[in-house]
Ligand binder design. Sequence first.
Ligand SMILES: Cc1cc2nc3c(=O)[nH]c(=O)nc-3n(C[C@H](O)[C@H](O)[C@H](O)COP(=O)(O)OP(=O)(O)OC[C@H]3O[C@@H](n4cnc5c(N)ncnc54)[C@H](O)[C@@H]3O)c2cc1C
Ligand code: FES
Length: 344
Amino acid sequence: MNALGSRLLAALAYPRAVDDFVELALPLHSTREVRARVVSVRRETHDVATLRLQPNASWRGHRAGQHVALTVELRGVRRTRCFSIASADSESTIAITVKARPEGAVTPWLVSGVLEGAIVTLSQATGDFVLPDVLPERLLFVSGGSGITPVMAMLRSLVLRGHRGKIAFLHYAHSKDDVIFAAELDALARRASPNLMIQVCTGRFTAPALLALLPDFERWDTWACAPEPFLDALTGAFAARGAEDRVRVERFSLAPTDPSLGSGEVTFVRSRRRADGHGPLLGIAEKAGLAPASGCRRGICRTCTRKKISGVTRDLRTGQLSTDADVDIQLCVSAPVGPVAIDL
Ligand SMILES: Cc1cc2nc3c(=O)[nH]c(=O)nc-3n(C[C@H](O)[C@H](O)[C@H](O)COP(=O)(O)OP(=O)(O)OC[C@H]3O[C@@H](n4cnc5c(N)ncnc54)[C@H](O)[C@@H]3O)c2cc1C
Ligand code: FES
């Protein structure tokens, strides 16, 4: 369209943007954000499903191991949550595999309520839990529960690329019925490739189990995603052999906060509430009966950003103090240090 045509359309659409009208007719269309159509929903276990998504032209692709912030509108409220991309990085569609959290606002709907054809909004893929360009000689992937998703993306990408180096994949689930991607892992294990070792275990991860699988595990470059105690046991095993640098970890939630890192009286100015608390301001606000918008709860999506009107807060990721008044902070990763007033 020529410049005159664009200006004419913009004038006709005023005060809305032309895009707003195009989006009504073509919901996947957006020049401003990544939208994706749910093209299929596949049940993996009783509480886990895989959604295959077809993103629009704004999508810039992903590297295996990265995640997206996905936004849906449920009963008139826009909610954002983070999910690792589980599919290989060479496919034109992407897959996320979601475990329904009891009491969760979004995941039960994604697992049991979403229909094919639904439109969701995505961030671009982000995260540095990825493989290096030059792959190490031995790759070990370790996962627990829904933490399988980012390492499965890596395994799938390597298999599709025909990678011939040594790969070991160790996954833990609560029970046999909880194993996500069980059939695919089984099929890969049956390939009987001397360089691909896949082991699925049930119960709790222990260092001796790792030792039994790989007596020289400290020589394997490792990518792991699992609940916190699992990761502690794994990194502890590597540290005991002086090989802590071999392990990269991805966490789906923040490690529990040391209360000594920050506590204080918080005033939520707009809502006229006060609460004493420690740890992330998001949790303090929720305990005080407020429901600020949040997404990843890990400092990634910025959904929880609010103005700090006064007081000192600590960034729980870096330990740094924020002492200025009238600055934006992320409630999920900021703790009060003394009295704090928040514009909430
Ligand atoms: C980088 C990243 C990648 C992720 N990838 C995946 C993935 O591939 N598949 C997947 O199923 N999940 C993944 N998650 C976790 C997922 O984002 C949460 O399960 C989801 O946000 C919960 O949303 P909800 O609305 O259902 O629950 P909410 O309404 O937000 O919370 C409901 C309850 O569950 C608790 N809760 C919320 N999140 C978690 C959590 N992560 N662990 C333990 N308790 C929690 C809350 O404290 C609350 O009590 C990922 C998280 C991050 C940060
Ligand atoms: S909830 Fe995502 S940055 Fe706080």
